[in-house]
Design a protein around this ligand. Structure first.
Ligand code: NAG
Ligand code: NAG
Ligand code: NAG
Ligand code: NAG
Ligand code: NAG
Length: 543
């Protein structure tokens, strides 16, 4: 009611802007928004941001220090929620004052960070969403897990409680502010953001109608232990097994040399890694080549990195994909494994900040399986059926050049949901859950091989600007995965492909489009039609 009254005002009184804004400004107050909230939630602030403005916490938010800019007019709300006597979380909410599309969106986080993702909220606001993000109950950067030490309730906030609580309370604030509930609710996030989405589908299937899930860190108990194991393959730095980060680009180039053409098109992009028998031994040292080459101990390390991590013949976690080498330095350089791995064991699993990572052994996987601290892991494949039954849709994607989370862990998720539900393979998921591999895309964003990687997935807009939303120049459901998800959810239009884009400078849309290519629902792949511009989407089909 209130919203429609305001909409009529704005239609009638385009010149008298103060008359239009006054009722909204009144609603954008701590007092107005607090009515109807439970006693565990406190509105800390409500700030009116005029069109063209910016909002965020800047460097006081180590996880998301970059504020979005050129925002549509919005009420920016900050809420604090008590969850237990030892835990609480905050969330931010943008309520568009003149551009609401009558829909709600939660955006996700990354790594083990604690902070409100104002940047992704800004992109969501530009579509017209009322959009929220939670700090997940702590304040830290991506690679800092020390907040979790001996804090089981903070872990629970991170695992599932803050995302759900944010969504429930934000929707209630939407009703208070506009006088009506959102017609549809969406979720978008990548990495930990992807995990938050899948966890929500499994535990709170009523929260969202559609979710865009990128490179999900869903298998926490296995991903974090594998991350430690992986780092140890390449340690100690002084060992004969250690491969220096300067060799990763050399390895990447050799993988492209051997494997690029296997998919049928020589374009510098490895699109069918599973079809290539890559032999890194071509980089072996010999009497004429003694530098920029690999010893047999180093070749074994590389083999370990690509290989699935198995324990007693059972998959513990898949290895990194062929074509991911350009991003290997994140998990495979330095004098320790990545903290995402060993600090999880210290601060989540063992409550021992002095545990030495050198003492890692496979029994920690069984312990992580048993404890799953914070219930972070989202591997309840059967529970995805509950989300489906409520009519929920999922678009999931994963970059094939991801050097942080194995691409094949998402394939494993998709295949496992299909086999657990017993519906005759992944075809049986087609009506509500589709999965897209993204050739040449790294972790969530970016490419080292000029592959089309951009489709407005979680974190993507923020990777190319502070005021970007959707796909610049292609703001439609063919190119924008969130819009495609909305069409599927609301009109039943299936997402048969998503056209990904990259630019001449892959992080600068103003440099001009370089390539576009369809992403195809698994297990289909983009195939070049044999004629036409290889950089044009129309020259490709899914098959
Ligand atoms: C988060 O930590 C930063 C310092 O790293 C600090 O400046 C900021 O005030 C903290 N924010 C909150 C909400 O506690
Ligand atoms: C949020 O609530 C918790 C628990 O009641 C409290 O400890 C904390 O100081 C509050 N945070 C802010 C920023 O008000
Ligand atoms: C807040 O309190 C209400 C009422 O006790 C409860 O249902 C809800 O789960 C609480 N929310 C959170 C996020 O703890
Ligand atoms: C020596 O190794 C380099 C690559 O490391 C290779 O190109 C060259 O063919 C090898 N030479 C011989 C004699 O095997
Ligand atoms: C590409 O664009 C980004 C963002 O505008 C800029 O920082 C970077 O320097 C550009 N790279 C090149 C090679 O021009």
């Amino acid at each position: 009611m209130l919203y429609s009254t305001l909409a009529i005002f704005s239609g009638l009184l385009t010149l008298a802007s103060t008359a239009v804004c006054r009722p909204r400004a009144d609603m954008c107050s701590v007092a107005a928004l607090s009515s109807g909230l439970g006693s565990n939630a406190t509105v800390l602030s409500a700030t009116f941001v005029a069109a063209g403005g910016s909002f965020g916490e800047g460097t006081a938010n180590p996880a998301f220090p970059i504020n979005p800019t050129h925002l549509p007019a919005t009420c920016a709300v900050l809420v604090n929620v008590t969850t237990t006597s030892t835990s609480s979380f905050r969330f931010g909410l943008f309520l568009p004052t003149t551009t609401w599309n009558e829909r709600y969106l939660t955006v996700g986080n990354g790594g083990f960070s604690g902070g409100i993702n104002w940047l992704d909220m800004g992109a969501g606001l530009q579509y017209g969403f009322a959009v929220a993000s939670t700090d997940m109950g702590h304040n830290s950067s991506i690679f800092d897990l020390s907040w979790a030490l001996n804090q089981p309730e903070k872990r629970n906030d991170f695992g599932y409680r803050a995302t759900h609580g944010t969504t429930v309370i934000a929707k209630s604030l939407v009703r208070t502010f506009y006088g009506s509930a959102p017609k549809y609710s969406y979720y978008s996030g990548c990495s930990t953001g992807g995990r938050q989405g899948l966890k929500s589908a499994q535990v709170y299937p009523e929260d969202f109608n559609g979710m865009l899930v990128g490179a999900p860190a869903y298998w926490t108990k296995r991903l974090q232990t594998w991350t430690t194991k992986l780092g140890l393959y390449n340690l100690p730095e002084t060992g004969p097994n250690h491969v220096g980060a300067e060799m990763f680009p050399v390895l990447a180039a050799e993988a492209i040399r051997q494997c690029d053409a296997v998919d049928g098109v020589t374009d510098g992009i490895i699109s069918a890694p599973q079809k290539c028998k890559f032999n890194p031994a071509t980089l072996s040292c010999n009497s004429t080549q003694t530098t920029n080459c690999l010893s047999s101990a180093q070749l074994q390390t590389i083999q370990n990195v690509y290989s699935d991590y198995t324990i007693n013949g059972q998959l513990a976690f898949p290895g990194l994909e062929l074509g991911s080498e350009a991003q290997w330095a994140v998990l495979l350089s330095g004098s320790t494994p990545n903290p995402l791995g060993y600090e999880y064991i210290q601060d989540f699993l063992l409550n021992d900040p002095n545990w030495p990572f050198e003492s890692y052994d496979d029994s920690l996987v069984a312990l992580a399986d048993k404890l799953d601290p914070g219930s972070c892991t989202a591997d309840n494949y059967a529970a995805m059926a509950g989300y489906q039954k409520r009519g929920g849709k999922v678009l999931m994607y994963h970059g094939q050049s991801d050097g942080l989370i194995s691409t094949r862990s998402s394939t494993h998720f998709y295949e496992s949901v299909a086999s657990t539900l017993g519906i005759g393979g992944t075809k049986g998921l087609n009506s509500w859950f589709r999965f897209f591999l993204v050739p040449g895309m790294q972790h969530c964003t970016g490419t080292a091989v000029d592959a089309p990687w951009y489709f407005a997935g979680g974190n993507q807009a923020g990777a190319v600007g502070t005021d970007v939303f959707s796909v610049p120049g292609f703001t439609d459901a063919k190119h924008d995965a969130l819009m495609a998800l909305m069409q599927w959810t609301e009109n039943g239009t299936p997402v048969d492909n998503i056209i990904a884009t990259t630019w001449k400078n892959s992080t600068d849309p103003s440099s001009g489009v370089l390539k576009q290519r369809p992403l195809c629902p698994y297990p289909s792949e983009a195939v070049y039609k044999g004629s036409g511009d290889v950089n044009a989407a129309a020259s490709w089909k899914c098959s």
